[in-house]
Design a protein around this ligand. Structure first.
Ligand code: NAG
Length: 398
């Protein structure tokens, strides 16, 4: 091979390689796979696409299904994948090769390679194994409690601060205790600035979820001041420097429930008070956006005031008097019916009598005056008249 041929071959190779890097589409990464670092952290790894020259600067864009994408120059990345979010379907990721460049250049994205990381355990959902699960944060402790749906298959809980870069050991939730049907345990960490990821295990399966920062519901205190109600709360034990938003839902005089959000740093809130109404309050608290997310559940119902009739005399007029009148009418009807003969004896119609007299219609008179005397027809012997011959009379006389 002459030098010119060598140079030509070299140049051709360079051109091919450069055009590969500059091509319409970069080739996707190869060998995409995953492993679980712990029950909630999945590690994705892959290889650089084959056939790309080393000087072709690329990076990878990893996108979680329905999630934001991340860029990395490395061949692996860690993700938090909780069964509470994805169930047994697992977490699906798309990985693209993209050209490394600043914002404005064409990143020349490859087709994606896709993978789904399935949990190695049988996945259960919290609602399938326990009810009333909550972890409450107090000033000096955190307690999780729940009611197992199958008492013979109770939950064991362990936890660690979430975060894919943490290599914190997983700790178990201590001092498992039972109180009636309720079970509970204590967490040693008392932070509320970090998310805590939890693993719940039962014989039925395993679940992973993020623990919400919940506090016991602050007690609502209602007092009256002039035409207003003053609402105040026992301040939460944690988040003392936080601004709290209290969502108050109330019912007044049997009207539909109305909810309002009150933002307070501890000073009481005021609302108009209708003294003729009984109020039913329920409230729950949460921090505003400038504090870590802490919240409570709705407290038990607090009652205030009594339902009063709008106007005493009006009620009387509207209800009592009609009732009395009604009773009187019923009674008088009854009396009337019983003593009708006395109160209203049947009087023959005088006009009819007169009419009869004038018209001389005996029949009608009889029917209208049923109780009057009706003479029995007397038996009268018919008068027999026999004609006596004149000569007999004469004979007798002679
Ligand atoms: C109060 O705040 C919560 C949470 O932001 C919201 O869902 C609710 O609609 C708000 N209620 C009212 C009455 O504004």
């Amino acid at each position: 091979m002459t030098l010119t041929v060598q140079v030509f071959a070299f140049l051709t190779c360079i051109t091919v390689m450069v055009s590969y890097c500059e091509a319409d589409r970069l080739p996707p990464p190869t060998g995409l796979s995953y492993k679980w670092l712990d029950p909630f952290t999945v590690n994705l790894f892959w290889l650089r696409p084959t056939g790309l020259p080393d000087d072709c600067e690329i990076e990878y864009q990893v996108q979680r299904e329905k999630g934001k994408s991340q860029q990395t120059v490395h061949g692996n990345i860690n993700y938090l994948c909780l069964t509470e979010d994805v169930g047994s379907a697992g977490c699906t990721f798309n990985v693209h090769t993209v050209k490394k460049c600043n914002m404005t250049c064409d990143r020349n994205m490859s087709t994606p390679v896709t993978i789904t990381a399935h949990s190695p355990y049988k996945v259960v959902h919290r609602d399938e194994v326990v009810k009333n699960f909550k972890c409450l944060t107090y000033a000096n402790k955190m307690e999780c409690s729940w009611i197992p749906l199958d008492p013979s298959d109770d939950l064991t809980l362990s936890y660690r601060i979430c975060g894919v870069t943490f290599q914190d050991p997983i700790k178990s939730c201590n001092k498992l205790h039972h109180d009636g049907e309720k079970s509970g345990c204590y967490l040693n960490d008392n932070t509320y600035t970090e998310d805590i990821c939890m693993i719940g295990k039962t014989k039925a399966g395993q679940m992973t979820f993020k623990r919400l920062y919940e506090i016991p519901s602050p007690k609502l205190n209602v007092t009256e001041e002039g035409n207003q109600l003053k609402l105040s709360w026992t301040s939460p034990e944690i988040g003392k420097i936080c601004v709290w938003i209290y969502e108050v839902c109330y019912k007044q005089c049997g009207n539909p429930i109305v909810c309002r959000n009150f933002t307070t740093r501890g000073e009481p809130m005021r609302m108009a008070y209708d003294k003729r109404c009984r109020y039913e309050f329920q409230s729950k608290a949460r921090t505003d956006i400038y504090c870590p997310k802490i919240q409570s559940d709705f407290d038990t119902i607090v009652y205030y005031g009594t339902d009063e009739p709008p106007d005493g005399t009006l009620i009387e007029v509207a209800i009592v008097i009609p009732i009395i009148l009604f009773i009187c009418i019923i009674l008088s009807c009854y009396c009337f019916r019983r003593h009708r003969a006395i109160i209203c004896p049947i009087i023959p119609d005088p006009s009819a009598i007169f009419k009869e007299m004038i018209m001389n219609g005996n029949k009608e008179l009889k029917t209208t005056t049923g109780s009057l005397y009706t003479p029995m027809p007397e038996h009268i012997d018919p008068c027999r008249i026999t004609l006596v011959p004149e000569n007999i009379v004469l004979k007798q006389n002679s």
